[in-house]
Design a protein around this ligand. Structure first.
Ligand code: F6R
Length: 599
């Protein structure tokens, strides 16, 4: 979705902002633009890729803002691209989110000349009136924020002033303090190569950013932000020699999981620590754990929910976040509602968790992004610690989400005393072995690449699995459709014979999860049903398990209930190599965005 970058300091703002826009590309966008500050503003913007945008090399500005736009109001055209300016061209604005009352504001702004179809354009015109009436840029932004409704983040520059003023409401903005300048962005990777010292803007706060300082609040009572140092380094947000971020992130999974697990399990004592401040006795009394999530995070939640039921004997439910309002929140006061969202910014998920909290549920976020919106909305947060994920399609965050939910399930099982210590130790051993098990799968990449070329031109792919294999089948199918644009469906293996079998032919490979935790014996029958109808069969098979007549067999190292998760890495590699051989835009698939901040 849209991205914001801003810089003011001693260096060339044009260069830094252009680079920031490239770093924001992964969020998904269809137009880009910059505003550079001089005695007059220089605006460069256009529909299309950042690479299509030219910022003249002789630009001497040291202050400016930039934007990648993902169209909501008005198609992707040069005119609708941000920044947008006031009538005199002296105030420029970049904006993420939606101004819900923009039509009423537009009508009220009599006499202003609007040139675009965007909701954003009301902001520079409202600011122009405030500035005209003598307000400072900071006060003007604070006042305009009172007038607009919706979820938004916007940043503003004014001709002749080397400063950026920004504010937010339910849409992220991060501030950065560097050695030779200050930064502002919707996401840390935008400026990570310049500084790791960051501060998160809160809803309703106004930040005034100058070359050597950032102040929060109005001129009379301003404060300094509280900075923290992020652990991510610039390399982790770069491609590091890989052709695509996604392939790099698939290969980073052993390291990401070491991070997810670090300091959380004690194998000697057989304990797990997830650092949650639940009131004493809470986990014993909770009647239901309800998950709300979207897309890949929804499949991770289904995996986690099944682990909780199996290990901790807790009733669970998993609701697609955008469906939550239609009866998702029964008995909220007896429920722990868990929002699973790697970005922490998905509007559907934020709306669901907010309404659960308002109805009285205790709320927990499971997320990757420190300081993201979801962390402000909930009672507790559990970070998945996967490191930055730039590829639009989730890969390592899925593995880290499931692993984190596995840790949570074991912690709750321990608290509720539902498992013998020997079983807890075995589970912790399986969790601890995940980085090594996934590395073994990654070492098979050449074999997966070969299978990808063999089945490249098939009509469709069907993924089947039972129990913990079912959410992985759904995730495997999603990955293939979103990055390869190939028709793929995930089914509960037992459902194949209740309808989908009608689609099965010699040109529809069936990919089956045949590992522990996925009821392999029963699923093997479903594979045979498909093979009888001519379908090629690809098995993701537990080490040591003998399955006859498979056309392709990939072996999953022993990891107990986490074997379907390990097997999923084969599905990620398969989707990646099919997409790559079909020449798809893997890191930025068509029509998709990394952070989905619209309903
Ligand atoms: C698929 C994918 C999406 C996201 C979904 C939720 O690869 O990435 O399906 O999982 O948009 O996003 P988060 O987890 O940020 O809430």
């Amino acid at each position: 979705m849209c991205g914001i970058i801003g810089y003011v300091g001693a260096r060339s703002a044009g260069e830094i902002i252009y680079r920031g826009l490239e770093n924001l590309e992964y969020r998904g966008y269809d137009s880009a633009g910059v505003a550079l500050v001089g005695e007059q503003l220089a605006i460069h913007k256009r529909a299309g890729e950042v690479a299509d945008l030219t910022v003249p090399a002789d630009e001497t500005a040291t202050c400016g803002i930039g934007h990648t736009r993902w169209s909501t109001h008005g198609p992707p055209t040069d005119i609708n691209a941000h920044p947008h300016v006031d009538c005199a061209g002296e105030v420029a604005v970049v904006h993420n989110g939606i101004i819900e009352n923009h039509e009423a504001l537009r009508d009220a702004l009599d006499g202003c000349e609007f040139v675009s179809e965007t909701d954003t354009e009301v902001i520079p015109h409202l600011l122009e009136q405030e500035v005209h009436d003598g307000a400072s840029l900071t006060d003007a932004v604070a006042s305009v924020a009172q007038a607009i409704e919706g979820s938004y983040a916007f940043a503003v520059v004014h001709a002749g002033e080397n400063a950026i003023v920004a504010t937010r409401e339910q849409s992220p903005l991060v501030l950065g303090r560097g050695e030779d300048g200050m930064f502002l962005a919707s996401d840390i990777p935008a400026f990570l190569e310049h500084t790791r010292e960051v501060a998160y803007l809160e809803d309703g706060q106004v930040a005034t950013i100058t070359a050597d300082d950032i102040r929060l609040g109005g001129n009379a009572s301003s404060t300094s932000p509280t900075y923290e140092t992020v652990e991510w380094d610039a390399d982790s947000a770069e491609k590091g020699g890989y052709e695509h971020y996604m392939r790099k992130e698939i290969h980073e999974q052993p390291q990401a999981l070491r991070q997810t697990l670090s300091e959380r399990i004690d194998l000697n004592r057989g304990t797990v620590a997830v650092d949650l401040d639940f009131p004493t006795g809470y986990l014993d009394s909770v009647e239901e754990v309800q998950f709300v999530a979207a897309g890949t995070s929804y499949y991770a939640s289904r995996y986690g929910a099944r682990l909780l039921e199996e290990l901790a004997d807790v009733r669970t439910s998993v609701t697609i976040a955008s469906e939550y309002e239609f009866g998702g929140g029964r008995d909220p006061w007896r429920t722990l509602t868990v929002a699973v969202t790697q970005s922490g910014e998905t509007t559907d998920t934020l709306e669901a968790i907010n309404s659960a909290g308002q109805a009285g549920a205790r709320t927990l976020a499971v997320t990757n992004v420190i300081g993201s919106s979801v962390t402000r909305s909930v009672d507790d947060t559990l970070f998945i610690k996967a490191g930055p994920e730039i590829g639009v399609a989730a890969s390592k965050t899925f593995s880290s989400q499931v692993t984190t939910l596995g840790l949570l399930a074991v912690a709750i099982a321990h608290e509720r005393d539902t498992l013998p210590r020997s079983q807890i130790r075995r589970l912790l051993g399986d969790l601890n072995g995940l980085p090594g098990a996934i590395q073994q799968v990654l070492d098979e990449e050449d074999a997966v690449r070969a299978v990808a070329s063999e089945y490249l031109d098939m009509d469709a792919f069907f993924f089947i699995g039972r129990e913990l294999g079912y959410p992985v089948a759904l995730e495997g199918a999603l990955k293939l459709k979103e990055i390869a644009y190939v028709h793929a469906e995930g089914f509960a293996a037992g459902e194949l014979k209740h309808g989908p079998l009608a689609l099965v032919t010699g040109r529809t490979p069936v990919i089956a999860l045949l590992t522990n935790g996925a009821q392999p014996a029963a699923t093997t029958h479903n594979v045979a049903e498909a093979q009888t109808r001519g379908a090629p069969a690809i098995g993701i098979v537990a080490e040591g398990r003998d399955v006859e007549h498979l056309d392709v067999e990939f072996t999953v190292p022993s990891s107990g209930l986490f074997e379907p998760l390990v097997g999923n890495v084969y599905l990620q590699l398969l989707a990646y190599h099919i997409a790559n051989q079909l020449g798809r835009s893997i890191d930025k698939p068509r029509n998709l965005a990394k952070s989905v901040t619209v309903r």
